[in-house]
Design a protein around this ligand. Structure first.
Ligand code: NAD
Length: 295
């Protein structure tokens, strides 16, 4: 019911603000990290950047096509965590030269690259027969090609990082944001779902191709997460009083917040996931394993 739904909001707020009081465990101490798609105010990229800073990352390189909010994110992080360096850049995560030079910049400035979180993406909500060839290719480019470029260029940099990392465990971690829509048939439009399925396979195949290195590649498959991307859908549902139905698509009866995806990104970025490789992780409150009836 909506009553149940309202009660979950308080819990979500707690999850969103827990860093205000959480001790800094520094699980990313000394790590140099790139995060793409970090620019939106309620997005997974921004929440991850803040969490990575909280956990003591040495230097964060944050990229977004829309750079409007990046200066504020940089000063928010640097004010709260003076030991963390933040470099922001406006750019296209699906542009070969941009991603290559970002990885090279990290190597030049820090001599290492430990984490690449390829999170930039777009969503579409069109019926199969309305999708143009251009739209299909745009989804493939922004969602899937961006992840390929991340794996390609980050792995080159991470291999060069190896000598200094020899004494450590965990190695380099490349994290791709896919979606539960890329795991199985779902409500998303086919261009989006196909691009995210490509991302999931990319994580598996790249992990295998990079075998015998200490570079791990995994993908995260978020379920329904309240971010700028889903804001329109959520507003529409709220105006019709069907928010609880959206929540009930997952076994937990609620949608998730960006911080809950950031926590999985943190685990995969940290050395605690040292034996986790080539996997597709659903973080969806049980959505991917239930059989929802569309609201
Ligand atoms: P968001 O819209 O809040 O954030 C995505 C960010 O990516 C935006 O800041 C956008 O400007 C940026 N971006 C888009 N194209 C780009 C490009 N070519 N180069 C650089 N930056 C670009 O959405 P979000 O929900 O935080 O999405 C993050 C990732 O999570 C996406 O890959 C999305 O597909 C995935 N995802 C989200 C949900 C959800 O329910 N929100 C579910 C499954 C997967």
């Amino acid at each position: 019911s909506d009553e149940f739904y309202k009660r979950t909001l308080a819990r979500l707020q707690k999850i969103q603000t827990h860093l205000e009081t959480a001790p800094r465990a520094r699980r990313l101490k000394d790590k140099v990290c790139i995060v793409t798609g970090a620019g939106s105010l309620k997005g997974i990229g921004r929440a991850s950047a803040v969490l990575f800073a909280h956990e003591g990352a040495r230097h964060l390189y944050l990229l977004d096509f829309d750079a409007t909010n990046l200066p504020d994110l940089k000063s928010t992080i640097e004010t709260k965590y003076p030991d963390v360096k933040v470099t922001i850049q406006q750019g296209d995560a699906a542009d070969d030269a941009t991603i290559e030079s970002l990885c090279k910049q990290a190597m030049q400035e820090e001599g290492r690259l430990d984490v690449f979180f390829a999170n930039a993406g777009i969503a579409t909500i069109d019926g199969l027969q309305e999708i143009s060839a251009d739209q299909f290719m745009r989804s493939m480019r922004i969602n899937a090609l961006s992840c390929f470029l991340a794996v390609k260029h980050a792995s080159v940099a991470m291999e060069k990082t190896n000598p200094s990392r020899d004494k450590e465990f965990g190695g380099g971690s490349i994290i791709l944001t896919a979606s539960v829509a890329g795991l199985r048939s779902g409500g998303g439009s086919v261009d989006y779902s196909a691009s995210k399925a490509a991302v999931n396979n990319l994580a598996q195949t790249s992990a295998y191709q990079l075998r015998n290195t200490d570079i791990r590649v995994n993908s995260i498959c978020p379920g329904l997460i309240e971010t700028d991307m889903t804001a329109r859908t959520f507003e529409y549902a709220a105006s019709r009083g069907t928010m609880s139905k959206i929540g009930q698509l997952s076994a937990m009866g609620r949608y998730g917040v960006a911080e809950e995806i950031a926590n999985m990104a943190l685990f995969l970025a940290s050395d605690e996931s040292s034996y986790v490789n080539g996997q597709n992780y659903a973080v969806c409150g049980g959505l991917s394993s239930s059989h929802p009836v569309a609201p």
